[in-house]
Write a protein that binds this ligand. Structure first.
Ligand code: C5P
Length: 227
């Protein structure tokens, strides 16, 4: 069977990463969560007081980029790579609502994007990869054999994210999560560099009413048509 590149893009909390992980496991492909990379850069900016609720020193962040080393290290128990920032496992730290509140501002910066896109293209150069994000089918791998674009209503997505955060013991309100989802959608679709748009050749899946199994089966069928 030929090895392909599967690009999964879409709005936040549409279940992209759950689907991508399932697919990677089934196909024995590498899974790359590009959102984790943008989140790690945002976390670095927060830790170094470069971004806060009323300030953002973009120049300092751009200057610091050579010092930001990102790496996925495979965790055999989990079956996928975890995000390391300068050799520190930051998986937990990057999933907080605070990071979610800053990440889209960090992801608007072209210098940040070009550094991360270059690393993503390197990771996928041998194919056999499932990568999820916002610009995978449009910018990172415009030649991907299969492009999926996932959508769901903002309320459905906020409820999912809220449930996830609550399970982890994060003290957040549904309203705050919904506000964050709507704000990120706005910034991600309106930024000048690589805005979130559906690629012409992407297949759109609205999963508001699809459960995980139905969605997985549908995409697996699409993959079987390509390989
Ligand atoms: O996928 P996730 O919700 O973790 O992504 C966090 C944020 O990172 C997005 O809201 C977006 O601003 C940014 N991002 C991006 N391009 C990607 C992946 C994520 O701009 N390929």
């Amino acid at each position: 069977m030929k090895k392909i590149t599967v690009a999964i893009d879409g709005f936040s909390s549409t279940g992209k990463s759950t689907l991508a992980k399932q697919l990677a496991k089934e196909l024995e492909y590498v899974y790359v969560d590009t959102g984790a990379m943008y989140r790690a850069v945002a976390y670095y900016a927060m830790q170094n007081q470069l971004i806060g609720s009323d300030f953002f020193d973009k120049i300092a962040l751009i200057q610091a980029l050579p010092k930001i080393q990102l790496e996925f290290k495979f965790n055999a128990d989990l079956g996928f790579g975890e995000m390391y920032l300068n050799d520190e496992n930051v998986e937990k730290q990057i999933r907080t609502i605070e990071v979610s509140n800053f990440v889209s501002k960090v992801a608007e910066i072209s210098e940040v994007r070009s550094k991360l896109v270059e690393q993503q293209q390197e990771m996928g150069k041998n194919k056999a990869i499932v990568m999820d994000g916002r610009d995978i089918g449009t910018v990172v791998f415009p030649d991907a054999e299969l492009k999926i674009f996932m959508t769901a209503s903002a309320e459905t997505r906020a409820q999912r994210r809220f449930d996830e955060l609550q399970q982890k013991g994060d003290d957040v309100s549904y309203e705050d999560v919904l506000k964050n989802v709507v704000e990120r959608d706005y910034i991600d679709t309106h930024r000048a560099d690589s805005p979130l748009v559906i690629a012409d050749d992407a297949i759109e899946i609205d999963n508001s009413y699809l459960n995980r199994e139905e969605q997985f089966a549908a995409v697996l069928e699409l993959i079987n048509d390509v390989v």
